[in-house]
Design a protein around this ligand. Structure first.
Ligand SMILES: Nc1nc2c(ncn2[C@@H]2O[C@H](COP(=O)(O)OP(=O)(O)O)[C@@H](O)[C@H]2O)c(=O)[nH]1
Ligand SMILES: [Mg+2]
Length: 313
């Protein structure tokens, strides 16, 4: 394990952006804390606000129930006290899903990135390359999205920005590209290979099959690879993200998540819904994306996220 959350919390910049992003739709939650007393109406409104923030019906109900217990046991009276208690409950829920890359899994550490179109896969890979370099790791990228030339070019631009090489083929088979890339990563003794893949919907069965094939090709080049299978989720996708997690996990066995676009109109609560749906088998949330630029990637920190969600950050 590497040291967690370098810089998180110490720099108000990204947290402010996250908070600002969440504020756009979070008004419901934050706006509720108006300094009044905590009564049943308030708790009901809070539950509705959580549901409105994509937390989901079941998880919202259980959060409010936990809050009710706290209010009873600790004799909380003010909404400000309730806000802190809700933050604590959210943090408790989210904390088991804080995750970090484990470099002991393999060298090269092979990271396959998957997700629906436009989720932010390629952008996140660009940001991750920078982050890995910051950890002193050498990086190679694989242009496994062979569907469109533009996708390859986009990854090439991120490669150039990071001064790292991109293994690509014009057209061709994504499985062959990643096979070559893993072989090259081995031969060049790099620390991390990140493989991009084309976007696909869980309902596109043939494309999900292809993703399995792309995964197997990596194992052929390096037994055990990919060591990380990361699903990129657009934070503005709401409850649909849950279905994406389930489908991609069934197909290729996810090891972690990156949730993007939390600076925009994302409601944020979907993270809580995903975590709650995986209580028995927590899926690490490695990073959150809070913008389009190379540094707009932050390790997921439950406490900071819970703060931002209830407007305490
Ligand atoms: N605001 C914002 N935009 C993002 C973020 N991540 C990606 N994007 C944008 O989302 C769009 C799709 O990203 P891309 O990486 O091409 O998605 P892909 O199809 O999954 O590879 C691009 O315009 C990105 O700049 C983020 O964290 N915040
Ligand atoms: Mg892409």
């Amino acid at each position: 394990m590497i040291s967690p959350a370098s810089g998180a919390g110490s720099n108000g910049g990204w947290l402010a952006r996250l908070k600002q992003g969440l504020t756009k739709t979070r008004v419901n939650i934050v706006g509720l804390f108006s300094g009044g007393v905590v009564d049943e109406t308030f708790l009901e409104e809070l539950e509705m606000a959580l549901i409105g923030a994509d937390v989901g019906v079941t998880t919202s109900a259980s959060l409010i129930e936990a809050l009710r217990q706290r209010i009873k046991l600790a004799g909380l009276k003010t909404q400000e006290e309730a806000r802190l208690a809700l933050r604590d409950e959210l943090e408790k829920l989210l904390a088991p899903s804080e995750g970090r890359f484990d470099f002991t899994k393999g060298r090269p550490l092979v990271v396959m990135v998957a997700g629906v179109n436009g989720a932010g896969k390629t952008t996140s890979i660009g940001k991750l390359a920078k982050w890995f370099a910051g950890q002193g790791k050498s990086v190679l990228l694989a242009a496994g999205d062979t569907f469109r030339a533009a996708a390859r070019e986009q990854l090439a631009i991120w490669g150039a920005r990071n001064n790292v090489e991109v293994i690509a083929q014009s057209g061709g088979d994504p499985a062959a590209v990643v096979f070559d890339a893993v072989s090259a990563a081995k031969a060049r003794n790099v620390d991390v290979l990140i493989a991009d893949t084309a976007g696909r919907l869980p309902t596109q069965a043939h494309l999900m099959e292809e993703l399995k094939r792309v995964k197997r090709a990596q194992d052929k080049a390096l037994p055990g690879a990919p060591h990380e299978v990361i699903l990129i989720i657009d934070g503005t996708n709401g409850q649909n993200a849950l279905a994406q997690v389930r489908a991609f996990d069934d197909a290729v066995g996810l090891t972690g998540l990156v949730v993007t676009k939390l600076d925009g109109t994302a409601k944020g609560g979907v993270l809580a819904a995903i975590v709650a749906s995986r209580r028995q088998d927590p899926l690490p949330i490695l990073f959150i994306g809070v913008g389009e630029a190379i540094d707009d990637l932050q390790p997921f920190v439950a406490r900071d996220f819970a703060d931002a969600l209830v407007g305490l950050a």
